[in-house]
Design a protein around this ligand. Structure first.
Ligand SMILES: *Cc1c(COP(=O)(O)O)cnc(C)c1O
Length: 470
């Protein structure tokens, strides 16, 4: 947990003159009474701070510097405070996203709107009817109204909700395809994020992978020629985080659906959860896959849909029923917090209210707001930035080939870019930026309204203004 290099560095510092160094280290309990630890205990808990104190004392005791010179109380305090501070930085905290990636996997993916969060607060802090049918007083289904709302949105016969889209995929393979053959195009054997690979998930689920086509071309005929009595599914997977351009071909899904024999389920991992949003005209929304004849479509609840992170499977009622009866379903089902947020999001989405929009839709609908943020920062902190055009991406494995224009500010601060980048991350409300051509770049697309106050206040202290270069 503790970093040795740091101890030694700390002990190389000259000792403060006014304090006597000692070879007798204080008791852990004695140190825990000290005022300087009160805020750390509040932040980290007493047992965790106790561990930090104990570990620090034991390292000091074993250090060569201590054996030779002892330690002053001030030095020891400073060292313990520093170690506590390192732990505090590991706490979950709000950060300011200045990267230009709207759905940022490292930054919590999709931010939820305040109003949506407030709407579900009371029903989560009290008891609710999660599994009670209020009409009969009997046990009810956890998904409640959600499946019906999803039917309105996608025309699916039925839907279910799980913890994330990776779980959707695993569940549908396990239930429908275990021990049987699943046909997947070679162009869609992808890896999504950290170690989640389609062939591995297939193998884990017990399904047998049958590869067809090539990286760039797979036709309906390729799928049809691979079908045997053992085939149970054709799985199509959205290429979420890369694009293949040039000489490419994928089958028309409607044509494929019509040609597949009855015993073969057509499943699509749509990925992003695009439903009615209009900003991605080249993408296929969930509804369109279902209309074209897909039996099951799975997708994320947050990426483009804009709700809490979860996975959704929509499609044929008989198949959804089977998935719901899977013995592992209980391990996949999300908490009531997720259910409540998703339900309210869907209602707003169906009413075309702004509360039904995800961060991508909200941002792309109002590009002028990005320029306003840029102007505000320039005015508040004169001579600190150069404005320049940049781009935003939706990110999170959604629209790999789409770049939208977005304004950015390059910091004129004289520090080396990496040093400034680190300093921004160390602020009380950390600012996550990027570097372009040796300059730290603040992208205006991903700043939220509530970021502006803390951002300006923190940058006013941090940045050194520099006169405009001519
Ligand atoms: C993002 C994505 C996943 C994984 O979704 P999670 O909700 O992160 O588990 C799976 N398949 C596709 C095509 C995706 O885009």
């Amino acid at each position: 947990m503790l970093d040795h290099a740091l101890t030694h560095a700390a002990f190389d510092d000259p000792l403060p003159r006014h304090q006597q160094s000692t070879h007798r280290l204080p008791q852990v309990e004695q140190l825990l009474q000290q005022a300087f630890l009160v805020p750390h205990i509040a932040c980290l808990s007493r047992p965790l701070v106790t561990r930090v104190v104990r570990d620090t004392l034991s390292e000091v005791r074993q250090s060569e510097a201590f054996r030779q010179h002892g330690v002053t109380p001030a030095h020891l305090e400073a060292l313990i405070a520093k170690r506590c501070q390192q732990q505090v930085r590991r706490r979950q905290t709000r950060v300011i996203n200045a990267t230009g990636t709207l759905v940022h996997t490292n930054l919590g993916r999709s931010p939820l709107s305040h109003k949506l969060w407030d709407e579900v607060r009371d029903l989560n802090t009290g008891y609710n009817n999660l599994e009670l049918d209020l009409a009969t007083g009997k046990r009810g289904g956890r998904k409640g109204l959600i499946a019906t709302l999803l039917t309105c949105l996608t025309q699916a016969e039925d839907s279910l909700v799980v913890n994330n889209n990776a779980a959707s995929l695993f569940l549908l393979l396990q239930e429908v395809a275990k021990g049987r053959e699943v046909i997947v195009s070679r162009g869609e054997q992808i890896q999504i994020g950290g170690g989640f690979r389609i062939p591995d998930i297939l193998a884990l689920s017990g399904a047998k992978l049958v590869e067809v086509g090539t990286t760039n071309i797979t036709t309906a005929r390729d799928y049809l020629d691979a079908i045997t009595d053992e085939t149970t599914m054709v799985l199509m997977v959205h290429r979420s985080n890369f694009a293949i351009r040039g000489f490419t071909e994928s089958p028309d899904i409607g044509e494929l659906a019509r040609a597949l024999p009855d015993h073969v389920v057509l499943a699509v991992d749509q990925g992003s959860g695009l439903t009615c949003e209009e900003f991605a005209p080249d993408e296929t929304p969930v509804r369109q896959y279902l209309k074209a004849g897909a039996d099951l479509v799975c997708y994320s609840g947050d990426k483009l849909m804009g709700g809490p992170q979860c996975g959704i499977i929509s499609g044929r009622a008989d198949l959804i029923k089977r998935l719901e009866k899977h013995p592992m379903m209980r391990t996949f089902r999300p908490s009531r917090i997720i259910h409540s947020l998703l339900e309210r999001l869907l209602i707003h989405k169906l009413n075309k209210s702004p509360l039904g929009e995800g961060i991508a839709q909200r941002t792309l609908a109002d590009p002028a707001a990005m320029q306003v943020r840029s102007d505000r920062l320039m005015a508040a902190l004169p001579d600190c930035f150069d404005a320049l055009p940049a781009q935003l991406v939706v990110g999170g494995g959604t629209l790999p080939d789409e770049f939208y224009p977005a304004p950015a500010l390059a910091c004129r601060d004289p520090r080396p870019a990496q040093q400034l980048l680190d300093a921004l991350r160390e602020l009380p409300v950390p600012v996550i930026a990027t570097v372009r051509q040796q300059k730290v770049l603040l992208n205006m697309a991903t700043l939220l309204e509530e970021d502006m106050g803390p951002l300006i206040a923190q940058l006013a202290d941090l940045l050194t203004p520099a006169p405009r270069e001519s």
